[in-house]
Design a protein around this ligand. Sequence first.
Ligand code: F0G
Length: 468
Amino acid sequence: MPHAFQKCIHPDCAAEYDLGQTLPKCPKCGNLLDIVYDWNRLPLPDDPKKLGIPPSSWPAGGMGALSGVWRFGDLIPFAPPEKRVSIGEGHTQLRRSPNAASYAGINKETFRLQYEGLNPSGSFKDNGMAGAFTHANMVGAKVAACASTGNTSASLAAFASASGLMRAIIFIGDGKIAYGKLSQALDYGAVTLLVKGDFDDAMARVQEVSAMEGIYLVNSVNPFRLEGQKTTMYRVLEGLGWEVPDWIVCPGGNLGNSSAFAKALYELHDLGLIRKMPRLAVVNSSGAPTLSRLVNQHGLTWNGGRPDEKIIADYYAHLDSSGEKAHTLASAIEINRPVNLRKCLRALDRTNGVALDVSDQQILDAKAWIARDGLGCEPASAASVAGAKALVEQGVIDRDSSVACILTGHQLKDPHATVAYHSFTEEKLRESYGEFGVATSAFANHPIRVANSVDDIIDNIRRATAAQ
Ligand code: F0G
């Protein structure tokens, strides 16, 4: 048996494929694939503190040597080191955040934010793209594509131009992308297709087109993407001295990240490298609540790998017949048909996890508190803290629990809603964002209009600083 292979997640199929194949889904049954390792044949330390090459001892030279993903290469061992691709991703931080902690109602000593916005393209997607590009490099792909709400496409475009290994083609729902992200894809030279429709349409089309044209697909149906995304969990645990937190809270869109997090955690647990499993909370926006609704209202579960497919089919049929489209100002997670739904059900099962949804108002309010600790994130990321707060209020998360919320994307990705929140009157805010249910900006830091006069400026500075 080889040391790593691809395997269908459905227990009745469980077909295996070698690493050299490029398969967006199981050719036998159409389900998602996992990367599975024969850990007995792979060298791993018995003490987790010995995992991960510490930054101070990284070898000099070569992009891969500087990667916060590949320094955990022992835990994602599907590629020979010389095939690894990196743009210096994964230099992210686990930070304390006293303001966000008090807003969420959690002890500031036990609350942390994992700031993945520090990645080279400004989001966690670079972790996964390092994995997908490495596999693409192994199989000699020359063209790669994705559908995206913006961050995956920015990451793909950056990797393609930085590595020079392949051309990038991106499928965007026309008008469904924040400008920060669109500007990245255009600037990095990706072939940028604005598909008339939304993300769910773009996702369906890219799967068809890439299969027909033999294009390498880097969306998170690609199991190698998720191997890279496991490393966020390693960095959280490393930041906590390998003390396992009680909760990991992350936003949910296409549900790749949550699926990858759980895989990282249960692999470590199965290997005896951590002794307890954190619980995972996956937070949808109420404008795109598929996971939350299916789990909480329709009782959908992993069910040993055989989720009730009728519940899912009926839900999607209802979306079609009612014309209900995803609609949230957290555009990164504006997704109604998450491709990793089944893997995420497994993630919830393996971590005793929960799903919930929060309103766009809750998201923007949480975002303002996160930023008070000097951590800027885009709206979708703030769903994590908004979700943690909601779970504290529901009595699910205890005040003294140790909690790590994942900030998935940088503030500068999508500054429009931020500027509106802080500078619009509430009337103008309702006019612009009322369609998303945003009516107030209770935690706004209003800019001050001053005359072009030293006296007026000093007067305003004194009043503003005295008020604090
Ligand atoms: N946060 C941000 C900033 C994202 O860009 C995404 C997904 C998510 C959270 C949700 O993560 O899909 O793994 O559940 N963005 C994708 C994209 C869909 O195309 O960039 P997920």
